[in-house]
Structure formats: C-alpha cells, structure tokens
Design a protein around this ligand. Structure first.
Ligand code: KG4
Ligand code: ZN
Length: 334
C-alpha cells in the first residue's frame, strides 16, 4: 500500500511516498524543501518565517513526490502527517493541508508523532528490523531513550531535563562563528582539535536514571569562550569542538550502556538529526559491538527531518486503526 507522508514541524517541508506491505518497506520518493538558507540569516529558526515558507512549498512538493513515485492521489491508501510536537504555526500548515487533501479525496488520515517518525526511519533503512528494541532519538528538539515495545508502543525511559543535544550544538556553534545549524560544522571541526584539551562537565545526570542535562555543559562552554575573550586569548575553536563533542558522546554512551544493561535489549536504533554526528555514530557503534547488540542507524538523508519516516510511522498507526478526522489539531508538545 502507498502512504503519502507530510512533514512541516520545523524548518524542512517534506512530502514522500513509501510503499509498505508484508513483503517490504520501500521509499518511492522523499522530497525535502529545506529553509535553512533563510533561517541562517537570523542564526536560528524564525517560527513566523518557517510557517510562511511551508505554505509556499507544501503543495508543490506533494505533487512532485507523487509524480516521482509514479502514482496519483487515487493510488494513495493513507496520508500520514506530523501533528506534534514542533513549532505550532509550522505544524498547522502540514496538518491543515493533509486534512484538506484527505477529505477532498476520501483518503484515510493518520496523525504522526514526529519523534516516532524519527525512529521509523530505521524501519526503512533496515528491512529486517523488528520490535522490541531500544531507541535513542537525538535531534534539535529531542534527546530521549525509548523502549519500543511495538512500532506504535513507545515507552520513554530517559530524556533531557532541559536543552536538546542538537540545540546545544547549534548554540555553541553560533557563538564560535559557525553557520546555522552548527551541528554538522562542529562535527567536522572536532577532528582538528584535542578532545581532552578543555575540561567540561558531563551532561549525564548522576545517579540511577537515564536522564541528561545539556544546559550546564552549554553554559560551561559559553563561559570558557567569554573568559578567553576577556583575557584576550585566542580561542582554539577546534579544541572546544572536540572537547564538547567528547563530553556529549561520553555522556550519551554512558546512559545508552546503562539502558542496554537494564532492559536487556539486543537491538539499538539511533535516529534524529544528531544521529548524523560521525563521532557519536562510531562511539555508540563501538558500545553495541562490545555488547553484541545490533546497531541500526539510518543513512544521513533519513536522520534529518523528512516525510518518508513520517509515512513509515503512519503505516503502523493505520494498521492499528488509529485514524484522524477533520477535527485533528496540531500540538506543540507531545
Ligand atoms: O532531526 P532534525 O533535522 O530536526 C529536529 O527534529 O530537531 O535535527 C536537526 C539537528 C540540528 O540541531 C543540527 O545541528 C543537528 O541536527 N545535526 C548535527 C549534525 N547534523 C545535523 N549535529 C551534530 N552533528 C552532525 N553531523
Ligand atoms: Zn526532527
């Protein structure tokens, strides 16, 4: 069956067609219209501008996605749309567009949780992946660990108590002059620095829990930058990038190790924009190898926001009969 996915929760408008059945999970098209160049001028996402850009792009890319998949709306078995969490004005564009399309063409509508969408990217990249498994979602808006009992049953067992990891990467990147979003540039810069050069606090919360706090680490990095400026010392940006990355990677590694031991899960999925981080991919990959745990991390094009992952999540909600109707509203929170 063909599912049309629609995503507009932040700064990418995306439309995709996936073909899902007992026989396999296939991406037939996955168009992403990124707004990053517009938001870069402001150093971060401007919600009002994001909503307007979604409105301009959504109709066009939806028809592009159908065309690339070689189908028309009459072939679509269900429409899956990100309804929460995200920027409310941005989400409303996708939700209203999806509602109209579903109503006018008599197609079942499914509301998708964006975070479940990120995890579902792994279902597309690894056709052999089966629940239950452990999932780590690391993105600009989320840092959470889930026990995924089935494709529609997520149990959060750990999360950040303040900033998301991607948000903290972006903030530090901005202060050291990297273009928005700083995560990918910081990833590269970290290779040129000494990861042990600067002592930074761990974002792993101490104790018997699986939680994180990135605000203390971010503030320590910003203080370090300010102090260097006050002392008129030249800041070694590569050392900072490497040390910051080390602190993040070690903390996530520590909590993931504990989560794997506690749950006894034999598969780990890592998803979300920050799952593109090469240092994190290799560190978490090594932990999984040492624990004989299967590690599934989607390719880079499925880590960032895209609608194929939303369509994949929608398929399993569809199978459970979780339909939405024209009363569907968006929500900024989960
Ligand atoms: O999943 P995503 O596209 O949007 C949200 O749902 O938040 O994630 C975007 C985040 C940004 O913070 C961006 O800096 C980060 O993913 N990111 C990275 C890398 N590539 C993207 N962070 C670290 N290393 C990367 N290579
Ligand atoms: Zn996302």
């Amino acid at each position: 069956m063909y599912i049309l996915g629609l995503e507009s929760s932040c700064d990418e408008t995306s439309a995709a067609v996936v073909e899902m059945s007992e026989q396999g999970r296939f991406i037939r098209s996955n168009i992403v219209a990124s707004q990053i160049d517009v938001h870069r001028l402001y150093g971060g996402v401007v919600p009002e501008i994001a909503s307007r850009a979604h409105i301009e792009a959504i109709s066009k890319i939806t028809y592009e996605a159908l065309e690339e998949a070689g189908i028309t709306l009459s072939d679509v078995g269900a429409i899956g749309v990100t309804a929460f969490p995200g920027l409310i004005g941005a989400l409303l564009v996708g939700v209203n567009f999806a509602k109209s399309l579903a109503y006018a063409n008599n197609i079942p509508l499914v509301a998708v949780n964006h975070v479940h969408g990120h995890v579902s990217a792994a279902l597309l990249s690894d056709p052999t992946l089966e629940a239950p498994f452990l999932a780590l979602v690391v993105s600009g808006g989320h840092t959470s660990i889930y026990k995924v009992n089935s494709y529609t049953d997520y149990e959060e067992i750990g999360s950040t108590r303040d900033d998301a990891v991607g948000e903290s990467f972006d903030k530090v990147g901005r202060v050291i002059g990297l273009p928005y979003p700083g995560g990918a540039a910081l990833d590269k810069l970290a290779y040129e620095g000494d990861p042990k050069a600067i002592q930074l606090p761990s974002p792993a919360i101490v104790g018997d829990n699986l939680d994180f706090s990135f605000s203390g680490l971010k503030t320590a990095a910003l203080n370090y930058i300010n102090q260097a400026e006050q002392k008129k010392e030249e800041l070694n940006r590569a050392d900072l990038a490497a040390s910051y990355t080390r602190a993040v990677t070690r903390a996530i590694g520590k909590k993931i190790s504990a989560a794997l031991d506690e749950t006894g899960m034999k598969t780990l999925v890592m998803a979300g924009g920050v799952a593109a981080n090469s240092h994190l991919r290799s560190a978490i990959g090594e932990i999984c190898t040492s624990k004989k745990v299967k590690f599934v991390c989607p390719p880079l094009n499925l880590c960032g926001d895209n609608a194929a992952m939303i369509a994949a999540a929608a398929y399993y909600e569809f199978l459970r009969g979780n339909f939405a109707d024209t009363s569907l509203n968006a929500s900024a929170t989960e």
